[in-house]
Design a protein around this ligand. Sequence first.
Ligand SMILES: [Zn+2]
Ligand SMILES: [Zn+2]
Length: 759
Amino acid sequence: MIIKGNQHLEKTFVIEIKGLVQGVGFRPFIYRLAKSYNLYGWVENRNDGVAIKINCRATILDQFIASIKQNAPPASSIVSICFKSTDAENFTDFQIIKSRSISGKITDISPDMAVCDDCLYDLKIQKNRIDYPFINCTNCGPRFSIIRELPYDRKKTTMNDFEMCRDCEREYNDIDDRRFHAQPIACSACGPQYSLFYKNEIINDTEKIISALVKLIQNKKIIAIKGLGGFFLACNAVSEKSVSRLRKMKLREGKPFAVMFADIDAVKEYAFVDEIEEASLLSWKRPIVLLSQKKSLAPSVSNGLNTIGALLPYMPIHHLFFEKSDIHCIVMTSGNISDEPVIIDNKIASEKLSIIADAVLTYNREIYNRTDDSVVMVVNKKERILRRSRGYVPVPVNLTINAGDILATGAELVNCFCIGKDNQAIISQHIGDLKNIETYEFYCHTIEHFKKLFNFNPSLIVSDLHPDYLSTKYATETELKHVKVQHHHAHIASCMAEYNLDEKVIGVCFDGTGYGEDNCMWGSEFLICDLEESIRINHFDYIAMPGGDKATDEPWRMALAYLYNIYGYRFRELNLPFLANINPSSVYIICQAIDKKINSPLTSGAGRLFDAVAALINLCPYSKYHAEAPMRLESVIDKKIKTSYPFTFSSTISFNETIKNIIRDLKNTVPLPEISAKFHNTIISVIAVVVKETREKHNLNKVVLSGGTFQNKYILENIENLLLKNNFKVFSHQKVPTNDGGIALGQLAIAAKKRFISN
Ligand SMILES: [Zn+2]
Ligand SMILES: [Zn+2]
């Protein structure tokens, strides 16, 4: 036994670390750190984190803990570190001890991680991994997408099909190796392999695959490529011929495509990138980051919007491709047909995607959990998630209330569901629009996956109030105790849960639509609410939505509804250009339908007002994809314009004066960017005025912003700054989408709170 100096000053401490600390190389990291401090003791995985027992002096303990925080593995995320002294014990070395208390209760699973720099380096020099496109280590590689069940162990992943070779096994068992216990460890001798299907040929050699890919992309071909969580369709992003063909083949008429750039310099050539955006692009999560466009790619990529959805390579194959190619940007859009979920199966890909793609690149490891690319934007120096999937899922949100055994079924569009495990809310990956039958199947499967994966057995289910949402029907069919939560209350609660707020706040929830307590379609709600209840204190005037859902595809219907409401039939005398292309008999029928209340539900949705304005100025009378009209309207804003339009408000908010003034500006040929800016500034003023009045009346100072409208960067940025200037405390989404993808978290938080109170 080695006797260390100063041993009489040493005490025995237990350190407990909670957060995402399993499956991310945390124990080997602690082992190496303890060795470097010459400390004796052990580290182990526990149900709820990692525990360390060591002998050391108090001053060294402080340094040791500081080093843990500072140097923790990139994919780990420490929620808390606590320590206490304990009965003295003697150790003769430092060990990773076998976990004694592992059960199905462990919930933290690492998301998939982008290939790390060390592995990219090894790709050049390690004999068995030269250009091996499935290289990974404890700091990188697939995780969530390949895991079938817990505990996280190779056998429980889709890597089980591959037997480790002796070299890999040696590294796997060597504590000093970077790949110690890296479950997906693989090399060219033993791991997964790519195959490229082109015409009637199959190419299996990596070098040949890469050079074929480079040639195909150069020759304007479309390629289906299997990614970490599903297939993608790729083509040259500067070739209009390739991109427009892809758009046509994919039946994706308008929606912008994401673009993968070779490196950060290539991104900066085409887009403006600030330091926070750069950090997001470069993070191991590798999301798509929405950036302002600097230089145009092929016009069909962004289709008239002034933004680029950019991302950087995250799989070794992406790096190998860009290294060998002089093309610096490729379209990388999800490999699906229209609105179906992204394809994950090799056979289905070769059937369905080979119709669109000239070549299909697959590999022989199964994807178990489907994930899409995540999408973020940066507003006021903070990253905001808009689509939460690869790289972010299934990291939990920590709640103050116990939400155990609650299943929140989410909304219908851009659905995510959420499960409660004790104080953790685990939100599913982005599922999509449930009205699509394949997507609904994906939803049901994923709920089953989550039950198994997280040993989750719901005893309480919570859904939206909307009787026709498939997520509500799912909840009803389970016959579990069922709580229903109003859509906009759930939105605000979702943001509150992110910040652990559990008190009365002023909630401002703007979105397209959500079922209201009066059976109308809400969507511009000023609420006073906490996690238990919600009171609607103000909203936009109701307006008819002629044709119901059809009005969301045809924004001109909303413009017409506003005009008819203000002017009656006299609106025809205005000779507005947007009406020139619309059949006068359709116009007449719609006015009749509004009068007779035929298929014209009432709405207060902010999104519908944005639709109306975008159509009124003839910018977007027809919408080819969800929220196109508001996105186009935002895209043309002239940011130099600080003026706004008048509006009136008492118990509700009326935009009649706004619309009249927009028409006046149109007549005076005021440029559209100026009209758009003035309209956006009006919405910002409305929020500020109503919120100020509410503060005075109700003595509340915390404002929570949620709903799809806050995906509008201009509005979120400016309203946040304006409210902060007026000494409000402002909360807006970061970790969870502000759109309906965040609803499930709010539902879960409300159900947990209600259960807590009733117990
Ligand atoms: Zn690595
Ligand atoms: Zn191997």
